[in-house]
Design a protein around this ligand. Structure first.
Ligand code: GLN
Length: 477
């Protein structure tokens, strides 16, 4: 059955509502595709076959009874392996949680199951969502579908690769600095980091609480909005969640000539020639079609990565302290309390996770707190002010999602600095809480997908996706 590759989620859901396609058949096709493709792509850590078939049968019955469930009822979805699905192993791609069974469903999982989506598996990822290429996973990296010399990106590597390879139609990732948008860009699919607070983080294993959101991934803008609608909502179990205000006037893609777009020059520097050509080709076409596109400078953006690295490591060092083999994680063997904890953390965490815990503990230490952590928070505040000022005039900020297309394996960290450079264009949305979408737009000279990145005002998530759809449909190179 080729439906998984050729149709979108909404199209297949429509066929299921009309009784022309069975959710059970579609779930089986998705599980077959995983079986077939996963040996090479390595996108899925745990396949939830039985659970998926049970859910598909339930949805089929309800649809046959004429019940209105949701616009995506019956659609197979893959969930990143740092989000809890009750009774299913959840590893965070770490030795630390290799055998952990989730005791309850995450808030988003509850909502999706109620909406009739069919969870077919848990997606591969960078260990504890730390990385940009998927290579820190203890299960090895997910590879780029269609070109296995390259990696699928990270940290939501499997979520992106699974959708691109047609194993499922939709997926959930999580995005702390770019982890939904970076792999979406490399794999040629859509992904959004929603406004901070739009989606509940209850039941997600936290990396950096003040920055991250669970983010939908899909093959089209329409599928992405539909999935976001189902995930968004306030949840009393996650105090920072408020949901998305009900739909404004922007449900239909806006006309191109009403778009006012700022392009920060800081985010366009240093791109490969392939990304450069696609991006500026798009900007020229947009202008020719009547959109206002101005190149501007936002100097504060130069501090994005520095601020991101300090804040994310600080929060990670605190959040990951619960993994000590006593409360959670790999039990440590030892004669006393300290030795047991040392062995649990020493053997449970991989190199990158340890590096970040050390860095985070350092910047939070008494002597460094003011000059490092507070300074990083101050930088984030200034970036937010600067972006909000730009947004009040333009509504949208456009740039390439990443400066290169998918990297080959083995390029994750800059050797001299140990700093991760894949998130230069994405992390500002996390520091400021603003929504940002990555959508596929053209390819470079090697044929690898290029992603464009559109950021908007807080809680304008639907408008940001709609505007990206307009650009996608109306502008061709
Ligand atoms: N690549 C970034 C990092 O490693 C972002 C990770 C994420 O968004 N989860 O920190």
């Amino acid at each position: 059955m080729d439906e998984l590759k050729t149709f979108t989620a909404l199209e297949l859901a429509r066929l299921m509502r009309k009784g022309r396609l069975s959710p059970v058949e579609l779930a089986r096709a998705s599980l077959d595709a995983i079986e077939r493709e996963n040996k090479e792509i390595n996108a899925v850590i745990t396949i939830t076959g039985e659970r998926a078939m049970d859910q598909a049968r339930r949805v089929e019955k309800r649809l046959l009874a004429g019940e209105e469930i949701s616009p995506l009822a019956g659609v197979p979805i893959i969930i990143k392996d740092n989000i809890l699905v009750e009774g299913v192993r959840m590893t965070c791609a770490s030795r630390m949680l290799e055998n952990y069974i989730a005791p309850y469903d995450a808030g988003v999982v509850e909502m999706l199951e109620k909406a009739g989506l069919v969870i077919v598996g848990k997606a591969n990822m960078d260990e504890f969502a730390m990385g940009s290429t998927g290579e820190t996973s203890i299960f090895g990296p997910a590879l780029l579908p269609g070109n296995k010399d390259y990696c699928a990106g990270g940290s939501s590597s499997g979520s992106a690769a699974a959708v691109a390879a047609g194993m499922a139609l939709l997926s959930l990732g999580s995005d702390t600095g770019g982890s939904v948008r970076v792999p979406a860009s490399y794999c040629g699919i859509w992904g959004i980091k929603p406004t901070y607070g739009a989606v509940s983080r209850y039941g997600m294993v936290t990396h950096a609480s003040s920055l991250e959101q669970i983010g939908p991934m899909a093959k089209s803008g329409a599928d992405l909005v539909a999935l976001l609608e189902l995930c968004a909502g306030a949840d009393w179990r996650n105090a920072t969640s408020v949901g998305l205000p009900s739909s404004g006037s922007y449900d239909e893609p806006p006309q191109i000539n009403i778009l006012k777009i700022a392009v920060p020059q800081e985010l366009t520097e240093g791109c490969t020639s392939g990304v450069h050509d696609v991006f500026w080709g798009c900007v020229e076409k947009l202008k020719a079609l009547g959109a206002r596109v101005d190149t501007i400078s936002i100097p504060e953006l130069r501090y994005t990565l520095a601020a991101y690295n300090v804040i994310s490591c600080a929060e990670a060092s605190s959040n990951l302290s619960r993994f000590d083999g006593i409360r959670f994680g790999l039990p440590g063997v030892g004669a006393d309390f300290e030795e047991r904890i040392r062995n649990s953390r020493g053997q449970g965490f991989g190199r990158e996770v340890k590096r970040r815990i050390l860095l985070g503990t350092y910047v939070l230490s008494e002597k460094q707190y003011e000059s490092r952590f507070l300074k990083a928070r101050e930088a984030a505040r200034r970036i937010k002010e600067a972006l909000e000022a730009v947004m009040s005039e333009y509504f949208l900020i456009l740039c390439p999602t990443t400066k290169t297309t998918a990297p080959c394996l083995g390029q994750d960290l800059e050797p001299e600095t140990g700093v991760c450079n894949f998130d230069t264009n994405t992390a500002a949305a996390n520091l400021t809480g603003l929504p940002a979408v990555s959508f596929p737009f053209g390819a470079d000279e090697k044929g690898l997908p290029v992603g464009l990145h559109l950021m908007g005002s807080a809680f304008q998530d639907r408008f940001v996706i709609s505007a990206a759809e307009t650009i996608c449909h109306e502008v061709s190179l």
